[in-house]
Design a binder for this molecule. Sequence first.
Ligand code: NAD
Ligand code: IPM
Ligand code: MN
Length: 365
Amino acid sequence: MSTYKIAVLEGDGIGPEIMREAIKILRFIGERNEIEFDLKSATFGAAAYFSDGHPFPTETKRVCDEADAILKGPIGLNHEDSKKIPVDMQPERGALLPLRKRYNTFANFRPVFLPQGLAHFSPLKPEIIGKGIDLIMIRELVGGLYFGAKETGINEDGKRFVNESLEYNEDQIKRIAKVAFDTARKRKKILHNIHKSNVLKSSVLWNEVLEEVGSDYPDVEVVHILVDAAATYLCLNPTQFDVMVMENMFGDILSDQGGGILGSLGLMPSACVGPNKAYYEPSHGSAPDIAGKGIANPYSMIGSVAMMLEMSFNMDEESKNVWQAMQSVFSLGFSTPDLSKPESNLELISTEKFGDLVLAELKKT
Ligand code: NAD
Ligand code: IPM
Ligand code: MN
């Protein structure tokens, strides 16, 4: 019997609610494959700050270091509550970015997927969606503005100032470009490179290195699109995209737009992959506006489990089964409230019921 150690960081807001359902699915997969998923929970985020005095406690680092993979719920507080925590201890700066840095999880995969049968969830018209939306955004996750030098202070004129720099070196660009080309090669062999080289020198270097890497992938067509235009095309013609690659900040923004064209951020799982460790998290945040109500959509968290099964444990079949089970629950006419529209005839269900139904569907596979 193989054993996989998984660190479970449930996080803040809706984190615990959606994690509970994801764990239900993971445990079932373990049982039926005679795999022991050795789950170790650890505190992380604002909850950890209040309970342990730090958003990424030493004990959590140890649990993560020892794990084969990390499953992470969203972290963060609403705008007002965030102010109760010193800026550098806030969970985004104090926990999430350090987690990404610690494991050098430079490749962030954010699939934006909606089969034709579920097109009614999208705010886009059916003629725009066509046969469904199926693209993947590959976001560089440990460089750029997020990790560049930062300075704040008072300038010579006595005015407050801030200086944040967008930093990349060619190795950082090369490794994410390779991941993007490899992914494109396995899919439709078309790669959309998202950039802003008409203004940013970082994009000039990015494009230069990406093209150099591309010479090893003559079978993959590269299309360069400015990031602002890409935002429009995602609404007007999303089916032109298959694999999109971009730097950290562009990826943060466009991937939330990805959730928007699907109909909810609750449909956005993700994988964050480094050279030696990967962690899996929804793309969205802790949704403070609905936390504690039992209505959050756990698809993103269960989808993150599906990505972990495939990418960390090579359990491709079971991963597909989990995706399929979730699609089936929707096809049967159930949904959490985030996906409902006034005219839709859906039976609205709780986070827990969604998890139970996914489990029931999974048992049929
Ligand atoms: P958010 O993603 O938490 O919420 C945006 C909207 O989407 C809200 O209306 C929310 O209810 C809805 N939503 C998100 N996930 C949902 C789900 N699974 N089911 C149903 N509805 C869902 O963004 P925000 O409100 O801007 O941020 C809240 C906090 O989350 C902030 O502190 C932010 O820093 C943090 N955050 C964390 C992560 C992360 O942990 N990776 C990602 C994004 C934001
Ligand atoms: C995400 C989030 C994070 C990011 C925040 C919480 C630091 O928005 O994972 O998309 O900006 O990367
Ligand atoms: Mn984001």
